[in-house]
Design a protein around this ligand. Sequence first.
Ligand code: BGC
Length: 892
Amino acid sequence: MPTEEQQDNLTRVTRIKHQYPSEIIGLPITTPLLTWEVQSDRSDAVQLGYQFMVTDEFGITSPSEIFLGAESVEVAVDGHINTARQEKRFQVRVATQYGWTAYSPVSMYETGLASPEEFVAVAIGDGSSHGSPSPLLRKKFEVQNSISKARLYVTSRGINTTYINGQKVSDEFFTPGWTAYDDRNTYLTFDVTQLLEQGANVISAELGDGWERGKLGFMEKYDNYGSDIYLLAQLEITLSDGSRQTVTTDSSWKTSNGEIRNESIYDGTTIDYTKQQLGWHLANFDDSAWSKVTTYDFDKSSLTPRISPKVRKIAEFVGTVLATDDRTLLDFSQNISGWVQLVVDGKRGDVVTVRHAEVLEPGPKLHTAALRTAKATDVYVLGHDGVNILEPVFTFHGFQYAEVTGPAKFVSAIGIAISSTAEKRSEFNSSDVRLNRLYDNVVWSARDNMVSVPTDCPQRDERLGWTGDAQAFAMTANTLFDVESFWRSWLIDLELDQDSKGNVAAVVPDVLRKQPVIDGGDWVIMGRAGWADAATIVPWSIYESYGSIDILKQQLRSMRCWADALDNRRKGAQFLPTEFQFGDWCDPDAPEDQPWKSKVSADFVSNAFFVHTADLVAAAEGIVGSPAGVTKYSEMAQTLRQNIWQQMGEEAKTTTAGCAIALEFNIVPEEERSDVAQILADKVIADEGRITTGFLGTPLILHALSKTGHFDAAYTMLMRRKIRSWLYQVDSGATTIWERWEAIREDGSIHRGEMATASEHQENASMISFNHYAYGAVIDWVYRNVAGIAPVITNPGYREILFAPRPARGFTYSKASIHTPYGTTAIDWKINQSNALEASIEIPFGSTGIIDFPTTDSSRILINGIPNSNGARLTYGTYKILVENPKLVQYK
Ligand code: BGC
């Protein structure tokens, strides 16, 4: 280790963060886990040790002891975070063999309340029921002295927008978000120091039905969590004399209604601006005519700090006018989750209606059948003559097109896209414009379907946290965006929603259990294969992608419980009992109205996913559990995999999904792998790459092919353009990923989405969405194989990076970068004029890269001009790689 005097001025710590989103405060009172990135002008510098500097809110600094080691991901800083309302700034410096770096930028960690009991606020609302005008709540108060600091702790049942002196306390929407409300309600903390002033102030809020009591799920059910909505707010002001003033929601608040006449996430919002109470959220407003609030009993033991990222505006799209007859038809050019901000010129009292759809029918007119019972309609009554700016609240729609009707003159419109996915973590680009568009479509399906929870789709009367879709897409989502805390929060709810046997719900938060049972319970039953396995697959994908061991610690109990539930369900028999399964859902060869009747047998699927789950639990046990756990779950998996192969193997080999699952979950014995892979590849080639798999088979099939060397078949499928392919969707003008492979047919007709599940609870059942991310899982394969960049699971989080591009005929270049916990890693390759493969790769500080480039017998590999070979391990830096006579994948 260097001495204190030795300084390494050529190395610096460029970034530092803790385990929660840096944009939020009011965090759990727990040990911060710090992750930092280093850059150096010295190619051989390595981290030998590190030291933290911790600064409290009074500016008092305390350096930690010096630690030896090269770790830089989730490093625990013990002993500094131990009370409520604590503000600490963390910095780190690292020691290299050349000396100490300077201290890093700051990571701020501010804790929330000590316990739910500290939330002394009373729950208040207006006693209304669902569908009523939005309750407005306000409280005027005086601050006697100048203010040094103010924090607002706020939550609600239903969703809220809260203001101080007329200004929103946050730029986010749908707060406090959707969690397993029966067990877990999150409160949000805001720094509102700048919003308050000495003298008269007012805190106010409006409430929406939201997920609490608004229509939710496909059975038109209201009041799923409760029939009341209410606010709990606690404003803590520290005055400059050091004294504390607290303002909380209580019976002294006043309530009334304004312009928001009703609002529903699915149906849209009606806003009558003639009923607006101008200035209601300002201090000087006269509220003497307002009523007393209703107070509610609320069990505060379920309160916990929010750890999920904000739902925010992420983009705007200008609406283009497609038609103006008795309506204005608008195209926003991208299928988004969000709403329209509309400008019209009209008269007070004019009614303006905005309807939304993802695609158009001939006419052209909006295709609204796909929305099922979601009305997706915003209605406005203009408040004054002239130009009016209209924007809904407490609702979002999944749409690319909108239709505006009413007497007012259309002026302009902007499509506002919202999402929980703020930061893009990676980029991909290639010489194939269609593949690039597919990539963009997947990025958009991810944005549109990560709104507070991971949803199946953003447009119809669903938008539920379907666990099957989530597990299928998790790895791709992880590569595209920094969604670690998004999952971290959702996985807590997944565990809370596990039943007493350990079964995992089909949707999380599990709202379906609150609804009438359809078709004998098949739909709401817990623990379905490929859905419930989100309990193991999602945490494992986070471990792989972000290198987070903490997520395995957080989820180990949940993971174990799910594997044990499966084991118990066998009641000592070899296999799981035959039960309803979603199976390889939406297999395009299944009867169109019975998407669960996939070609691959449901029994094979359920037992194979059991093996996979047991394998993942065994692996997690090895990292954060116990040796006994490793033995227990590996044995569970091992016996079952042998039995499956002996008794179900022959049948599995008859379907593409069967082969893909058997190969990917290592159910095929080693000696038979190449035969099974050949069977799979032959089927794919014989079908000209036509997709024959559904939600469970599709995310696995290209991996199963490429890992067994069948890149030709994999590319045949990836690059197919005829119907039932990814690129067919692109050619059809899709801007997001469809739910069904034939959502729009070759003759342009729209799939009716017919479903045979219609029951007394579900009229006109149909299922057709143009924005489902599950099939977008293919992008994980594209990063790993087209770009050629992947984390190595034995050293996850890109501590070890595999660079293994497999360029195919026709591709002349590809380029990808990923922001890893260590810094940016990238690969950029092209086929040059002499048909050699020229690549440049970037390895961040602290990582190792391994190269595996495609070679022929006459290839030579040069790294920075020096002959080398595949398997070479490279450290921090940028390298130029040349492969002469590379092997290019040939495909039909
Ligand atoms: C959802 C799917 C989901 C499926 C399960 C559908 O209605 O949209 O994505 O996984 O139901 O059956």
